[in-house]
Design a protein around this ligand. Structure first.
Ligand code: PRX
Length: 637
């Protein structure tokens, strides 16, 4: 379908931007008007940055699945909603039209109802990239349950922490997931997590890999057997639950600079309106476009730009189970050719790893269907941008560099494909509704152009984080208390002479490894769990492929004999506690860490050493024991 709010020229962008800030309520009401509501809102918004209290489309009633599915049935029922490409080249692709999706989502919504899931219940989804994953998410949304999807690479311990935090009683998983040459035993990992989560009542298991699993009587049910029960009941569609605009749609955990990951909560209406608006405009969606976002649905990019926004626009989303370079480095180009992909959205890490294979993988692949290329998740270096532009886009596809965060719901700063100007390495201009500002460490706004600072957002937007699950104070303190009356992103940015933004990376203790967020505190806790470890400190360093690598400084009780073996053991501990993505690249055993007299670790010094910068540490005389710095420098890996 086509939305009237699609911006078609730079002039229209400027006008939309001006109106969005001068008359935000009129602006967003005009956009929200194009969606399907059971009841329209009484007031567009009430926003209080001090209390971190945001309400949009107040007293509006809707169900997002009626916007994602039902409204397309009449005219676009036979349009593919999801095209699925298997991990294996041999297995046939699956095409799920809007009509099929309606049928399957209703069917699984009935399964959830039969299992006792009700509006407001939290449902954890831990699955591989199979079509049943979005079907499960939409089925939750249809009956008003709040899904909490956990990326399939997280460990049993990470799952248990998340289940406890949100008091989750229902889980949907698979026997296993295929990823490249691997078969990840998801159900077994869930079983490990559940040894400490007795409060979980039901686990529904989809058969995918035929990995042996043990099914616990009364608790575990097979997906296909539950579906048979619904068929026996007559397969009647579910009446979508009427949701208030502010009812939570989902929880998604993300890492912060302190402690455990926090459960970011997104609302039903604000998330729907904002994400669809950004999808249509940034990618310049045209009916019939095949949109391929290579992220995993377990991250926010997948939630928003594989699922909700694409379906709200009536688009076709291509979903891929496997790895972009498996079984050969040309796999991604095979998929683009096979499914005639029009829009490709990926992360710079993927582009850099594809670059490493040279141009041979492109041989014999027709990429002429591509119209728009996108990147997200981490800064893109100019070399990767140019390679993407020349070899993938053949210098004729605009590249959109989309900056945003889990907490934002959708894209915040990006050029609009072919409509607003682009610049390599720059996300460029804010979306309508978004007022970015740069501030110094005291929160003073840095005015003018060609300046750098901490990136904050001064305007509320409809998909702004509503809370961190069960702990609103954490949300307020994390994002709204650092600087007055603005949202603090945790990123640093540069604004060039044209007012274009370049996001330079995190300025807090969060690492961005291969476009995945990992908190240093969380990582240090995991390392410290390893027997014999007394203390550790983790910093990031520039990594050719991953953007940032993980460098850990570790103090052991006893000087390690065979340090490489112990380092491997520590990596295994981290994989068990968090997941393989958090394994440190480099582990240096040290006798002490540079600390201030108050016991604070001087990470700045550790970061410089990890980066190979051996001088200019600033004043080290304030350190409790300045000699540790020389020792660490000598032992650098
Ligand atoms: O540091 C920024 C980086 O990724 C962080 C957000 O990660 P996450 O919550 O996982 O959301 C990912 C959604 C894309 C940000 O704080 N980041 C994201 N996009 C960009 C980026 N850094 C530079 N350029 C980008 N385009």
């Amino acid at each position: 379908m086509e939305y009237g709010f699609q911006i078609k020229s730079f002039e229209e962008y400027k006008e939309a931007y001006r109106q969005s800030l001068e008359q935000p309520e009129e602006f967003w009401a005009g956009i929200a008007d194009e969606f399907l509501w059971r009841r329209k809102w009484d007031k567009v918004m009430e926003c209080d940055f001090k209390k971190a209290d945001f309400k949009w489309f107040i007293n509006g009633k809707l169900n997002i699945t009626e916007n994602c599915i039902d409204r397309h049935l009449l005219h676009d029922g036979d349009t593919p909603a999801i095209i699925w490409e298997s991990n294996s080249k041999e297995e046939a692709s699956r095409v799920i039209t809007y009509k099929d999706l309606y049928f399957r989502v209703n069917q699984f919504a009935n399964v959830l109802k039969n299992s006792g899931v009700k509006k407001g219940d939290r449902v954890c989804i831990y699955m591989g990239m199979v079509p049943e994953l979005p079907i499960a998410m939409l089925a939750c949304a249809r009956i008003g349950a709040i899904h909490s999807v956990i990326f399939g690479g997280f460990s049993a311990q990470s799952i248990a922490d998340r289940l406890k935090d949100a008091n989750v009683e229902f889980i949907i998983t698979c026997d296993g997931a295929f990823r490249g040459g691997k078969d990840i035993p998801l159900k077994n990992i869930v079983d490990d997590a559940l040894t400490t989560c007795q409060f979980v009542k039901k686990v529904i298991v989809l058969l995918r890999t035929h990995t042996p699993v043990s099914m616990i009587k009364g608790r575990d049910k097979w997906w296909h057997e539950e579906i048979k029960k619904v068929e026996a009941q007559g397969n009647s569609p579910v009446t979508a639950e009427e949701m208030d605009s502010e009812d939570p749609l989902f929880i998604l955990y993300t890492s912060g600079s302190t402690g455990k990951p926090k459960g970011v909560v997104h609302s039903s209406a604000g998330y729907m309106v904002y994400t669809t608006y950004t999808f249509v405009n940034v990618f310049q969606y045209k009916p019939g476009d095949v949109h391929f976002c290579t992220a995993d649905i377990g991250w926010v990019t997948g939630h928003t730009y594989i699922l909700y926004s694409v379906l709200c626009a009536g688009g076709t989303s291509l979903m891929f189970e496997g790895m972009l370079t498996w079984p050969d480095p040309g796999r991604l180009w095979d998929i683009v050719d096979k499914h005639k992909v029009n829009v490709l959205l990926t992360v710079p890490t993927a582009i850099r790893s594809l670059m490493a294979f040279g141009l041979t993988p492109f041989k014999g692949k027709n990429l002429s269907s591509l119209k728009v290329l996108g990147t997200c998740g981490e800064p893109i270096n100019e070399e990767a941008w140019r390679w993407y532009n020349e070899n993938v886009g053949k210098s004729r596809c605009p590249i959109v560099d989309t900056w945003w965060q889990t907490e934002n719901g959708g894209i915040m700063i990006a050029n609009l494909a072919g409509v607003t100007p682009s610049k390599p390495g720059y996300s460029t201009l804010p979306l309508p509704g978004v007022l970015p500002v740069l501030v110094d460490e005291h929160g003073n706004e840095i005015m003018g152009n060609s300046v750098s600072g901490y990136l904050c957002i001064k305007s509320p937007w409809p998909a702004i984080i509503r809370t961190t699950y069960n702990d609103h104070e954490r949300c307020r303190l994390n994002y709204f208390a650092t600087y007055e009356n603005m949202y603090f992103t945790g990123d640093g940015a540069y604004r060039d002479e044209n007012g274009f933004y370049r996001i330079t990376g995190r300025v807090d203790d969060v690492l961005n490894v291969s476009a995945h967020r990992i908190g240093t505190a969380e990582l240090e806790n995991a390392i410290n769990m390893h027997t014999g470890v007394i203390e550790s400190a983790v910093v990031g360093y520039p990594h050719e492929l991953k953007g940032q690598g993980i460098y850990a400084y570790v103090i052991m009780e006893k000087k390690p004999v065979g340090p490489e073996l112990i380092a491997e053991d520590i990596r295994a501990t981290v994989a068990r506690i968090i997941g393989p993505i958090a394994k440190p690249d480099k582990i240096q055993f040290v006798n002490g860490l540079p600390k201030t007299p108050s016991g604070k670790i001087m990470r700045r010094i550790l970061r410089k050493i990890a980066e190979g910068e051996m001088k200019q540490f600033g004043d080290t005389t304030i350190l409790l024991d300045p000699s540790v710095v020389d020792e660490i420098k000598k032992g650098r890996i």
